[in-house]
Write a protein that binds this ligand. Structure first.
Ligand code: SF4
Length: 342
């Protein structure tokens, strides 16, 4: 009761910030209108596109200057059995030899890595706990705009009711589309914000792959090659090939074929990764299966080793991914928790 006296005495307002255009513009405009924002949450899959991490850096500074609380949340697996510890969706998929669930037509990758960490945070967030005790709801602001693509997403959620949350869609209240959102970000003097998603998401457009650095393209090839033996209902990260009739862009069902066909990576490099990297990763996982968990290197350590050695492949044409690495090259084993702290 005492604590409640010093609480907000209104429903706390939380914004789910995706790191993209819509939710960024929504926060800027809410702040300009003097609307309360008690928390901005960003759920990190540790697999976002590089420019999203740049936006996180600039926009979190913008929020801090205005005294708007910001938290980065994420899903952290707790039990790794005999596998090297992993952090985020990419490492999870590499560990288990699979693709994100969106590539199979499901949405559990988003539920697990985006929705659940935000809900978990809120469960212990003092303003929410106090509000619920007072019989109030937490207002959750979602950045769906009025464009046709978001209209579909909104239609799926329209009328969705929860006891503890009240959902609000400010951009739709204001009648804003992406155009207004982009203009609002520019007006605020912030750098342009690009679409956010995991860099290997099924929703990635073919043209977007042309913007990626080789490091990301190699990991896409690795991810599909690692998952390939177990794929039955889907061809790859794009699920099924598209012929491109009625104005659509033709593309294969897997991103690797596109990367190879368009020469985004040299064909011999793609061949090499497909032939060697998944086996090397599995061998490495097995080699560390009996290492005590506190000493077991994490999957990121292997990825750093992979990138470093594939780089030398370009120069030397030959590289072994079968070494006792990843201790080679001065890379020390780390656990996810160390990495987050860093
Ligand atoms: S961006 Fe795509 S791959 Fe990443 S969590 Fe969302 S749906 Fe899954």
């Amino acid at each position: 009761m005492q604590a409640d006296m010093f609480g907000l005495n209104r429903s706390p307002v939380m914004v789910a910030w995706g790191g993209g255009v819509d939710s960024t513009a929504m926060i800027i405009e809410m702040h300009a209108r003097g609307e309360p924002i008690d928390m901005v949450l960003f759920a990190d899959t540790f697999s976002e596109r590089p420019w999203t991490y740049e936006t996180v850096r600039t926009f979190s500074a913008w929020l801090e200057e205005r005294g708007i609380p910001f938290q980065r949340v994420f899903y952290q697996a707790q039990r790794f059995k005999n596998f090297p510890p992993y952090l985020g969706l990419l490492e999870n998929c590499l560990t288990n030899g699979t693709l994100p669930s969106i590539a199979f037509g499901f949405g559990s990758c988003s539920l697990k890595n985006k929705v659940a960490p935000q809900n978990k945070f809120t469960e212990n967030w003092e303003p929410a706990v106090t509000a619920w005790r007072q019989g109030l709801q937490v207002v959750k602001c979602i950045g769906y705009d009025c464009s046709p693509a978001d209209q579909k997403r909104y239609a799926e959620r329209e009328g969705y009711v929860e006891d503890r949350y009240q959902y609000r869609y400010p951009l739709r209240e204001w009648g804003w589309t992406r155009v207004e959102c982009e203009a609002r970000i520019a007006e605020a003097g912030l750098p342009p914000v690009k679409k956010s998603a995991c860099f290997f998401c099924t929703a990635t457009k073919p043209a977007e792959l042309h913007e990626y650095e080789p490091e990301l393209l190699r990991i896409i090839v690795l991810m599909e090659a690692r998952a390939k033996p177990r794929l039955k209902t889907t061809e790859g990260l794009w699920r099924k090939a598209v012929k491109g009739v009625r104005g659509g862009t033709p593309r294969p069902g897997d991103m690797t074929s596109y990367i190879r066909d368009k020469g985004l990576l040299p064909a011999e490099e793609v061949d090499y990764i497909e032939a060697n990297a998944p086996t090397a990763l599995i061998s490495w996982q097995e080699a560390h299966a009996d290492t005590p968990i506190e000493d077991r290197p994490d999957v990121r350590t292997w990825l750093e080793f992979f990138n470093a050695h594939i780089d030398s492949f370009r120069k030397e044409g030959v590289v072994s991914l079968y070494q006792d690495a990843p201790y080679a090259g001065g890379v020390e084993p780390r656990r996810p928790v160390d990495r987050i702290a860093a």
